[in-house]
Design a protein around this ligand. Structure first.
Ligand SMILES: C[S@@+](CC[C@H](N)C(=O)[O-])C[C@H]1O[C@@H](n2cnc3c(N)ncnc32)[C@H](O)[C@@H]1O
Length: 260
């Protein structure tokens, strides 16, 4: 009889941010198939008795195809193994979980999803900012810059400027292009922006800027995420933030007035 496959969120890196359930499953797994972004500290929690494989694919450098990952999960479960498919952050966000769940359903394999802390939430916690604040912003939008496909610039669509907090995953290194994309999507140049690299890890870094000066941001170690919006100011690095002088949009002016 087949065993269950668990699609488990490993969180952003700090093992203390794993859920109790994730830890319990890791400790009793027979097979763990993990992504590149799962931290070494989390991987150390897997007992040596488990068969552990890195099945990560980063920026087109494919060691293994998606279909092969499906095959390995299904084959291991059919052999009666408890399988953990371990993904960085939360498994349901930018993690191909949809394809993997489809494959498991088609194969008639039982599966369960165990949520993890997604990077945007951990980055906001590190920066000590809220993602929503009823006085300023009541929307959070998850986006990806899809940087792996250099020939296909992302169109974020219009109307992003209405005070929402944007969490931009996979921003890549081309901040000048990202700045253009944001401006083309109606985000104002004076909108605050945080570049948070290696969230929750020992070498985490945070750079505060504004969208109009994103192109000047230092290149940071990957992985990194961008938080953009009136709330995306680092309260403990206020000097890093360019406060706009004139011509403020109402929403930015309000946010500065109410959060200062
Ligand atoms: C394929 S997506 C996976 C997202 C993941 N499922 C989550 O919920 O965070 C990979 C992107 O997540 C972000 N990311 C993941 N871990 C990160 C970390 N520790 N620090 C900063 N960004 C991270 C980066 O933008 C990276 O390019």
């Amino acid at each position: 009889m087949s065993a269950t496959v668990y699609l488990v969120g490993a969180g952003p890196g700090d093992p203390d941010l794993l859920t109790c359930k994730a830890l319990r499953l890791l400790q009793c797994a027979d097979v763990v198939l993990h992504d590149d972004l799962v931290s070494a500290e989390v991987l150390q929690l897997i007992p040596q008795s488990a068969l552990t494989q890195n099945v990560g694919k980063r920026c087109g450098r494919k060691r293994i195809t998606q279909e092969e990952i499906h095959k390995r999960m299904i084959a291991a479960a059919r052999r009666g193994n408890t399988v953990v498919r371990l993904k960085g952050g939360d498994p349901l966000l930018y993690g191909r979980a949809g394809e993997e769940m489809d494959a498991l359903r088609s194969a008639g394999i039982d599966f369960e999803v165990v949520p993890g802390i997604t990077t945007a939430f951990a980055a906001a916690a590190s920066a000590k900012i809220p993602l929503t604040d009823r006085r300023v912003s009541s929307r959070v939008i998850f986006l990806t810059a899809h940087n792996c496909k250099q020939d296909m610039p992302t169109d974020f669509g219009s109307g992003l400027s209405s005070g929402a907090t944007l969490a931009i995953y996979m921003p890549g290194q081309n901040y000048a292009r990202l700045q253009e994309q944001l401006l083309a999507s109606d985000v104002r140049p004076e909108t605050p922006c945080l570049v948070v690299s290696r969230v929750s890890r020992m070498d985490e870094s945070l750079h505060a800027t504004v969208v109009g000066e994103l192109f000047l941001s230092p290149r940071v170690e990957s992985p990194a995420i961008l938080l953009v919006g009136p709330l995306a100011r680092s309260p403990y690095q206020p000097n890093d933030v360019q406060r706009p002088a004139d011509g403020l949009g109402d929403e930015i002016a309000n946010s500065l007035a109410t959060t200062s």
